[in-house]
Design a protein around this ligand. Structure first.
Ligand code: NAP
Ligand code: MG
Length: 473
């Protein structure tokens, strides 16, 4: 399946500009398509985390003193190396994440793109500014060592939401990938190392035990975290002791609202895409569809046809749209929610079963006969199961959405601008999209309301979150 077999020794932590083999327990990284190990590596020890943080701390004075253009040149070089190694990185990425090759290539391309964007972005926002009608001037100082803690669903792209901005603002970083998807990040680190002053980027791979230590480390000044809401709460607590800065990008249960006047021929394909992108394992995938009762049956039919037609299979096979769920634990979460929904009366309109053989596969599943209060609707399923809920009173839908503990994103689908805007105005989530869902871009801030997060990533807002404001008057 792989282009070539991998050796454990290729996957070293990057600490102070050196590849360093882990000196803790073995970590088998499982290919979710085959349930066999891609490779078994050695994970980092607590001592190595400490070394990584100290290396980042030691690199900080020199890195932060550089001109922005000098830092941008390093980001540009990282982008170039990432692009030059696109196929090799994507192949490994497909093997550890289970994403089809096309999606893996897209993610590595996006990773390069986020570094490239930051290599050229105007950085006036970081320049000192005079405060009108005062003798005061505002400066933006980097914070110091940033811990970038990344989940498994977009291991490279979500790393690239954090690292370029942190570096551009003058910080140094320690990256911790998730234990089920560390390989591409480690290989990438070994490739970009030649472009880096030592200690500016450090990467440590763990077996699920070092996150709390990293986020509590006294020399980490900021935690930039993407992951579940439950872990986000732990991180907020561990940041409290020394009031570290935090940006938390957490779970979502994004609704799509389909209005009575929506043109189903236009919207069904992008809506399907938004529900099932990366097998639904996307923080802001559509995770529940509220459709006006007059369009319910037709929409269910269209989405089900697309689900039935979807080609699922090995990530490295041509034309495959859906690979497996990324890991066994998540597979269990999704299939339990599905079973629970069926017990509560959900009708399986498409999918709903796991093909035989190895791999954490679940066919894209469309459910009707579900409502608020069912766990598949209220909770974050984070997998290829999409519940469709019929409504007749839009105000009830809006009130349900606004009272959810989740508040990451939402979308409104229809054909009348005024009708759409009435709904958009009332929705309280971090992002609201119109006739689309999800597209993120490096210049647009992204963040969640309520328990979907604290702060923003990307855009000027995201960049400023890597700085401390200093007023001199
Ligand atoms: P997770 O279990 O919260 O893990 C995320 C990362 O945090 C991993 O690297 C994990 O590694 C680490 N971690 C766990 N406990 C920690 C602790 N106490 N202190 C510090 N780090 C700790 O999340 P996941 O299951 O990997 O990812 C799926 C979740 O991420 C979903 O809820 C999804 O919605 C959310 N997500 C949000 C966004 C967004 O932008 N809002 C984007 C993508 C995903 P260890 O296990 O090694 O500790
Ligand atoms: Mg849900």
């Amino acid at each position: 399946m792989l282009d070539r077999p991998y050796k454990p020794s290729e996957f070293q932590n990057l600490i102070n500009g050196e590849g360093v083999l882990g000196d803790s327990s073995e970590l088998s990284v499982i290919n979710p398509a085959t349930e066999t190990a891609v490779v078994t590596i050695l994970s980092a020890s607590a001592k190595q985390v400490d070394n990584a943080v100290l290396a980042a701390k030691a690199a900080f004075p020199t890195w932060s003193a550089l001109q922005q253009n000098e830092r941008k040149a390093v980001l540009a070089k990282i982008a170039e190396i990432t692009k030059a190694n696109m196929n090799e990185l994507a192949n490994l990425h497909a093997s550890e994440t289970g994403k089809p090759m096309a999606d893996s290539l897209f993610e590595i391309g996006a990773t390069a793109g986020f570094f490239e964007f930051h290599a050229h972005v105007p950085t006036d926002a970081l320049d000192p500014t005079d405060i009108p009608n005062s003798d005061a001037k505002a400066y933006r100082l980097p914070l110091g060592v940033v811990a970038a803690i990344v989940p498994w669903n977009f291991p490279m792209a979500l790393m690239a939401f954090k690292v370029p901005g942190a570096l551009l603002a003058g910080n140094t970083v320690v990256i911790k990938p998730a234990p089920t998807t560390p390989l591409t990040t480690l290989l990438w680190a070994s490739l970009i190392n030649e472009a880096l002053p030592k200690g500016v980027i450090n990467v440590i791979a763990d077996s699920g035990d070092l996150g709390p230590m990293l986020s509590a480390h006294k020399d980490v000044r900021k935690i930039s975290f993407t992951g579940s809401t439950a872990t986000g709460k732990h991180i907020m607590k561990s940041a409290a002791d020394d009031l570290k800065r935090i940006t938390l990008e957490l779970g979502g249960n994004d609704p799509a609202i389909v209005l009575a006047n929506a043109d189903l021929d236009d919207i069904s394909a992008p809506l399907f895409e938004a529900g099932f992108m990366n097998n639904g394992q996307t923080c802001s995938a559509v995770k529940r569809v509220y459709v006006h009762q007059s369009k319910h049956d037709a929409l269910v039919r269209k989405l089900s046809e697309m689900a039935d037609a979807a080609k699922i299979g090995s990530p490295l096979e041509d034309g495959v749209k859906f690979g497996p769920i990324q890991n066994q634990r998540q597979f269990d979460v999704v299939t339990e929610l599905l079973e629970d929904a069926v017990k509560q009366g959900a009708v399986v309109e498409a999918g709903g079963y796991c093909p035989e053989g190895a791999g954490y596969y679940l066919r894209p599943t469309v459910l009707s006969g579900v409502k608020d209060g069912h766990s598949i609707v209220d909770e974050e399923q984070f997998g290829p199961v999409l519940p469709i809920i019929s409504y007749d009173d839009i105000n009830e839908v809006i009130s349900t959405i606004n009272s959810s503990s989740f508040g990451l994103g939402a979308s409104v689908w229809g054909s009348d601008k005024d009708d759409i805007n009435v709904v958009v105005k009332q929705i309280e989530t971090g992002s609201v999209w119109i006739n689309k869902h999800f597209p993120v871009a490096p210049n647009i801030p992204f963040g969640g309301a309520r328990q979907s997060g604290v702060g923003s990533e990307l855009g000027t807002q995201g960049l400023l979150e890597f700085t401390q404001l200093k007023i001199v008057s």
